[in-house]
Structures are given as C-alpha cells and as structure tokens.
Design a protein around this ligand. Structure first.
Ligand code: SAM
Length: 165
C-alpha cells in the first residue's frame, strides 16, 4: 500500500495547523487593540473560530463572493467585499499599519497558482500590519520587512506560515 500522504491527511493537517496557528497568534497579540483582517471567508470556519476566541477587537473580512455558513457570516459593515487585489490597497489608505492580526486563506487546489498569488498579494498585505502584529497564512508569503516565526506546537510544517512585524 502506498505511504503517500492522502488528500484526507492533507485536509486534516491544514485544519489542525490553522487552528494551532490562529490560537498562537490570538494569544500573542492579545494585548493589542488594532483590528483583525480575515482574508478569504470561504465557509467561515476560521472566521467563526476567531470570533469565538477574540473579544474587544474588530474583525474585518475580505471576500469577493460571500457563500459562508449563516452562523459565520459577518455583518455588512465588517465585510470588505471585492477582489483583495483592489480592496487591500484601498484598505491601506483606510486603516494604515494598524492590524494586530491578519489571517489569509485565499488559495485553492493549485499550489503553483497559490504561490503566484501569494507573491502578488504579499506587498499589499505587508503595510497593513501594526508593529508587533502577526500574520498567519496557509501559503508561504514573500514579505520584505516581516520575520517568519518558528511554528508553534501542533502546526504541521508547510501547512501554515506565521510572520511578525
Ligand atoms: N478559511 C476559510 C474557512 O475556514 O472556511 C476558507 C477560505 S477559502 C479556502 C478561500 C476564500 O478566498 C474563498 O471564499 C474565495 O472566494 C476567497 N478568495 C480567493 N481569492 C480571492 C480574491 N482575489 N479576492 C477576494 N477573495 C478571494
């Protein structure tokens, strides 16, 4: 029997890694008051997780087409609707470098396309993060000024990446 990692294994690794990375980032930034940005709502699971565990910080969601579970759909005023290639630059003007935590899960099934996209959006995300803020991503990012952190316990290598300003 092949010992190759299955799609089920990959999915489980991704979910476990997202939760461990987000819990780590939430704790590390708990003293900060700046907003949180969720890039890619999808079903809304990671948004729901953050909403359950974070109080006293606004969570803004960037999404081009909302199709989330009803329990995990942000209020209209917390939704930044549109393609992040346009909404991120506009948000730099609106928010400046204030985000305490940014989580990006924008990719699909094609790893090469995800990598090209990560290279494109990295410089759009970078100016939004506050000093001491953390960025959690499902894809490797390409930042000039952020430092990649060692992964906390429970995160599978390559499934999540964490950066700090
Ligand atoms: N973390 C989410 C969850 O737990 O349910 C899943 C996110 S899903 C993998 C990716 C989402 O990113 C999709 O809803 C997709 O529409 C959104 N997305 C992808 N590219 C985008 C873009 N260029 N602009 C805005 N949203 C985008």
């Amino acid at each position: 029997m092949s010992q190759d990692i299955s799609r089920l294994d990959l999915f489980i690794d991704r979910m476990v890694s997202q939760r461990a990375s987000l819990d780590f980032a939430i704790t590390q930034t708990a003293d900060m008051t700046g907003p949180i940005f969720e890039l890619g709502l999808g079903n809304g699971r990671t948004y729901h997780h953050m909403r359950q565990r974070i109080s006293g910080r606004d969570i803004f969601v960037f999404e081009r087409a909302v199709a989330s579970h009803p329990d995990s759909t942000p209020a209209d005023e917390m939704l930044i609707l549109g393609d992040v290639r346009e909404t991120l630059p506009a948000s730099v003007e609106r928010f400046g470098p204030t985000a305490s935590l940014i989580h990006a899960d924008l990719g699909g099934h094609n790893r090469e396309k995800n990598d090209v996209f990560a290279r494109f959006v990295s410089p759009l995300i970078e100016p939004l993060l506050a000093e001491g803020g953390l960025m959690v991503s499902s894809d490797r990012m390409y930042f000039e000024t952020l430092t990649e952190l060692p992964l906390p316990e429970g995160v599978v290598e390559g499934r999540c990446f964490i950066y700090r300003r």
